[in-house]
Design a protein around this ligand. Structure first.
Ligand SMILES: [Zn+2]
Ligand SMILES: [Zn+2]
Length: 176
């Protein structure tokens, strides 16, 4: 089953390329990039100045019936669900779709100083985390596991960058 990356207002081509390189090492599945015809403006909340993640996923579901694989959308815009201030990502548990925002993975968001390596590391962790949910994984208590919950950037940085032994068994075609 292939893994499809769908950039939506995601303009960092170097980050996308580096992410694909890393995923290609870790998965036996093919990593493909697709273009989804979604206008994010339709999901913008004027009150919150953010984009409604769940609605974006619902729209993606309508457009990807013919795709056999996981569809992970990537965006630079800030996303939310109503009960939370922000989210890094949202996924369908045991489903096909997820959305990941790198907006708050940028170090300049916190310290004002940009750090490309840290951005890549955080992006890989959160990408694997959302993908893990798509493979049916729930949050894991192991801090070395990428499925540990990460409501804030501190937890993203503390947790490991791969799956623990338990979680890894659920991920199809994962090499390490
Ligand atoms: Zn999660
Ligand atoms: Zn785990």
């Amino acid at each position: 089953m292939d893994i499809y990356l769908a950039p939506l207002r995601f303009y960092n081509t170097l980050l996308l390329q580096n992410l694909i390189t890393e995923l290609s090492k870790r998965f036996s599945a093919k990593i493909r990039v697709i273009d989804l015809d979604i206008n994010l403006d339709d999901f913008f909340s004027i009150d919150r100045k953010q984009y409604f993640s769940t609605q974006i996923i619902a729209e993606a579901i309508k457009l990807t019936d013919n795709i056999d694989g996981k569809v992970i959308m990537l965006t630079d815009v800030d996303i939310f669900v109503p009960v939370l201030t922000f989210i890094f990502g949202e996924a369908q548990l045991n489903g096909k779709h997820a959305l990941l925002s790198v907006c708050r993975l940028h170090e300049e968001f916190y310290s004002g100083i940009s750090n490309d390596n840290l951005l890549l590391e955080r992006t890989i962790k959160e990408f694997l985390h959302e993908l893990g949910h798509c493979y049916g994984l729930r949050h894991c208590i192991d801090w070395d596991c990428v499925m540990h919950s990460s409501p804030g950037i501190e937890e993203v940085d503390i947790k490991g960058s791969s799956f623990c032994r338990n979680c890894i068994s659920k991920i199809e075609g994962y090499k390490y």
